[in-house]
Ligand binder design. Sequence first.
Ligand code: ADP
Ligand code: MG
Ligand code: ZN
Length: 467
Amino acid sequence: MAVADFEPVIGLEVHAQLLTRSKIFCGCSTQFGAPPNTQVCPVCLGLPGALPALNSGAVEMAIKAGKAFGCRIAERSIWARKNYFYPDLPKGYQISQYELPICSGGAVPVPGLGRIGLERIHLEEDAGKNIHAEGGSEVDLNRSGVPLIEIVGKPELRSAEEASEYLKALRLSLIYLGINDGNLEEGSFRCDANVSVRRKGESKLGTRVELKNINSFRFVRQAIEYEIARQVELIEGGGKVLQETRLFDNEKGVTRAMRSKEEAHDYRYFPEPDLPPLLVSRELLDSVTVPKLPQEVVEALTAAGVSAADARTIVGDPRLVEVHRRIGGDAKRAALFVVGELARAVNEKEADLGALKFDPALVPAVWKLQDSGAISSTAAKEVLAELIRTGEAPEKIVERKGLAQVSDTAALEVVVDAVIARTPAEVEKYKAGKTNLLGFFVGQAMKELKGKGNPGALNALFKKKLG
Ligand code: ADP
Ligand code: MG
Ligand code: ZN
């Protein structure tokens, strides 16, 4: 099989649940995990005569995404009915946007890939959920009417790896924007992958297959890789790729035909008669502010002296960015703490990023103790670990654990003199030129001081006294 003779082309459609408290066209809660059908009303049940009323919070979040990715934001966009039958869709249609979406164009910055173009971002309502159990299937309509944005990417991705990088970057961006929780397992961030292949050098796009049901980054890569290989094999064998929707079976690692791909006209789209056009005023547009995107935070951190690798690690979790910000002071040193001591404590379950026990602003106090020689660098590590674990003030930890280092010259001098007095043979050798014995003297003094002498100060004292 000659996968190498072919170029894969991938375009992703992402459905992201907006973090509003209530649904898009009614006041029902969007809270995940409630008992089935407890968060429903005539509107989201699709009862005849019930009228939708738009949640402006959802519109603001869509605008936020549009602004962040540099989309054109339509002053006037149109709600459309997308008609189809499914048990989880009692109305028989989904309110979406079709010809005139709220956002068009724009691009998502992806580390290492540059900017991946977007076709559009539109608002729509989610459908309910079919639950297939032993005794039969049940329908839960709690999710019906939950606000979504669908982010339709251009077919600009060229491998499963690129698709997964794009998804990670998009997910993190939405989290930074505060409009999506990025939870793939709960289905609040879902992806359909469109995959086609063409012979290298060919400019026309091949026939695409739409892959559904991929709910982890690993499955995205697996499903796309499987599909690329399947299509290449099919074409090499003289066959043709059918435009269809396929389901990824994550247990077998294969994709399976589900239905022939529906075309837009199958949905009989028409303007939603129960909702006026969606108008975005200049004031509304200007009032929506966009925080820094992950990529920009990485740039700000590296500009402040943090290594690129550490910056990426920190930015990967907005909570780490917040801790880093609260530490303040030397950005690089703070970053080393975050990816070092803190990450280790989190790994070892001694700290929970969701509920930290310590005030990050206390970290520089530990550095100060270390830099002044009050504690050694080894002791500083211990104090930081204890600070993370207990939140106790650094000075208190030093005192409680007896970590103070002896830097007081008078106190050190007593020890230094004693060591010199009881090691005349070594002193003689040192004076005769064996200066590497300095380490021996310092070691002797350290032993006497139970490891708490300031090594720099001891070095200097021995040098001075031995001439
Ligand atoms: P539909 O509703 O039919 O899925 P959309 O316009 O919503 O159509 O989405 C089309 C998606 O398919 C986009 O993400 C686009 O990038 C992708 N796409 C279109 N043509 C191809 C192709 N030949 N190969 C791979 N992906 C494609
Ligand atoms: Mg689609
Ligand atoms: Zn409702």
